[in-house]
Design a protein around this ligand. Sequence first.
Ligand SMILES: Nc1ncnc2c1ncn2[C@@H]1O[C@H](COP(=O)(O)OP(=O)(O)OP(=O)(O)O)[C@@H](O)[C@H]1O
Length: 254
Amino acid sequence: MSFIEVKNVSFSYEKKNVLDNISLNIEKGEFIGIIGPNGSGKSTLVNIMVGNLKPSYGEVLYDGRGILEIKDKSFIGYVPQKSYSFNTSFPASVKEVVSMGLYSKIGLFKRLSKNHWNEVIEALEIVDMSEYKDRLIGMLSGGQLQRIFIARALVSKPDILFLDEPTTGIDIKSEKTLYELLDKLNKQKKITIIMITHNIWTITEKVSRIICMSEGKVNERCEAINLTESNLTGIYGYPIKMTKHYHNNNWSEE
Ligand SMILES: Nc1ncnc2c1ncn2[C@@H]1O[C@H](COP(=O)(O)OP(=O)(O)OP(=O)(O)O)[C@@H](O)[C@H]1O
């Protein structure tokens, strides 16, 4: 039995079919990149995997248990795409925003104990942002804000972290720091990571496996080793020029 099993999942928004019979197995400790053109169903698939959406057909199992039957989902951390449009004029401090990640564990209106606040500081330390704990969220840069959302997803000590396009709108230096953080979470903290991205070349260097989506299906030819210009052009529907090649388990410049 795999850690996560996506079994024959299909999904439609009203009459529009978005996912078509997707099956995937994911093992503990993997670092997976999901790529594919706009509208291919990546975010919908992740929303089904974290239990936010119910598939029209099929199921998602964690260690053999259906996600929709699992009440305490705090073993899953999720950094949604929309977190980057979070209302930053909202007068909340960094530590208050991170503490929101404990709601699924302790309930929305419960007072946080000293231990809970210690967990918030611990999550901020992991993302190297503890010195900003009392700062208002509106006073942070895009890259810093993104680390706060990752801390919010980490505060419940998840086994698996989903990130939906976390590099959107951040500069190259912040992107590099983000990858170092994800690498640390994956290798040292043994957190399984599943990340949606449009940054094909960077992600192929970082992850243990690529999943390519196109028109609601998983494209089987899209293992990193098979990432050729013609495969990617078929998946994206427009010409893709490669500047790097994968061989002997390594990428090298053209
Ligand atoms: N709430 C919704 N109601 C109706 N249709 C939706 C909704 N959310 C997404 N869709 C449609 O479902 C399809 C898949 O969307 P989804 O966001 O899963 O794709 P994606 O691959 O993540 O795209 P992107 O790369 O642009 O984020 C798209 O055609 C989109 O317009």
